[in-house]
Design a protein around this ligand. Structure first.
Ligand code: ZN
Length: 357
């Protein structure tokens, strides 16, 4: 798969060339999560409005140490829950992004131990916590308020409970066709999955491990003696990394929609562009989303150099979806294509058509 062109080549030099596009896609997904978190923050999506009806309310607000205490003291439970959930999302996602960014950057330097030590917290603690919020905000709120440690410590919020939380979250997401609790569990918590991260997370964190699937061999210390020139971790990891990041993003969108953030149009584009790139990079067989693009936008996809109609191929789809650059399958010329703009206008046309029906 050719380079997407999302990252500069000097950042990709240490990664095997066959994985450049997959690494760029992982970073693209990180950036999508970051941009959406920032857009939501700027739009004030997490803000709530409170009506102060009486002088007593005004005095209670002045006396409270913070707004959540005021809402609790005056029995505004729904608003208290909304504010708390919004507050957690606004703080947790940036924390997860810091670790994901550090992990992806470590992969650019062949620092495998550091990379998976960084991915461990957002993937096995952050993602399941977001899943809990998606699954049942009221239950989360009640337990988080009364006993956060008992609720979320590793003894109670363990691997089976996290799997259940992910399953319940997927059932609540408005567009969850991409997400599978079984697949996420296999990537994050199954020590027998050779393409999964559970073993890598533990080996990255501990010098010796006891679990029989990843038991440290004689005369060894986990990953300490790993030859940084080996490519096996790259070969096994990128599909899982992309899948987990896309699932985090889909759960983020679900939570933002509950904050009245207008994410429907964004979600439609994401389901084509990110899912289309994932399909082209990692799934066998022809790319259905690329074929559908050829049908819907094919009339507009003409090469400005050889003037032939360009057909989007599985090979050229990642660059097209991520950077909006279309490579001519006849002469190889790469030209810009206003994909987001056209998709946005198509969505508006569709919405207007539905309104007039
Ligand atoms: Zn051409």
């Amino acid at each position: 798969m050719p380079q997407i062109g999302y990252l500069s080549e000097d950042r990709l030099q240490n990664i095997p060339k066959r994985h450049w596009a997959a690494h760029e896609f992982s970073f693209y997904l990180h950036d999508l999560i970051a941009h959406l978190a920032s857009a939501a923050e700027q739009s004030g999506a997490g803000h709530i409005q409170i009506q102060l009806d009486t002088e007593k309310d005004v005095e209670a607000l002045k006396a409270a140490s913070n707004p959540i205490d005021f809402l609790s003291a005056t029995g505004r439970t729904d608003e208290e829950r909304r504010l708390m959930v919004n507050h957690i999302c606004a703080a947790l996602l940036p924390d997860m992004l810091h670790f994901i960014h550090a992990g992806l950057t470590a992969l650019e330097k062949r620092k495998f131990t550091l990379a998976f030590a960084c991915f461990r917290k957002p993937f096995t603690e952050g993602l399941p916590l977001i899943a809990l919020l998606c699954a049942d905000e009221e239950n989360f709120f009640t337990k988080f308020k009364s006993d956060p440690v008992g609720f979320l410590d590793s003894g109670n919020f363990n691997r089976p409970t996290k799997r259940l939380a992910i399953e319940a979250a997927i059932a609540k997401c408005s567009d969850a066709s991409f997400m599978s609790a079984d697949l996420l569990h296999a990537y994050l918590f199954d020590f027998t999955n050779t393409s999964g991260f559970a073993g890598l997370f533990d080996k990255a964190m501990h010098l010796v491990t006891r679990n029989h699937n990843i038991k440290t061999e004689a005369y060894n210390l986990n990953l300490i003696f790993k030859d940084p020139r080996q490519n096996d971790i790259y070969d096994a990891s990128y599909q899982g990394l992309s899948y987990v990041l896309l699932c985090i993003h889909l759960m983020q969108i679900e939570l933002l929609k509950r904050m009245q953030f207008p994410a429907d149009d964004y979600l439609k584009q994401l389901n084509i562009r990110a899912a289309g790139t994932y399909q082209a990079l990692f799934l066998k067989g022809r790319s259905k989303i690329a074929s559908s693009m050829n049908e819907t936008l094919g009339e507009l996809m003409k090469c400005p150099i050889c003037h032939e109609r360009v057909r989007l191929k599985k090979r050229t789809a990642p660059m097209f979806f991520v950077t909006e650059n279309l490579e001519c399958d006849q002469c190889g010329h790469v030209s810009q294509f206003p994909l987001a703009w056209l998709m946005s206008n198509n969505t508006d046309d569709e919405a207007n058509r539905q309104k007039s029906d």
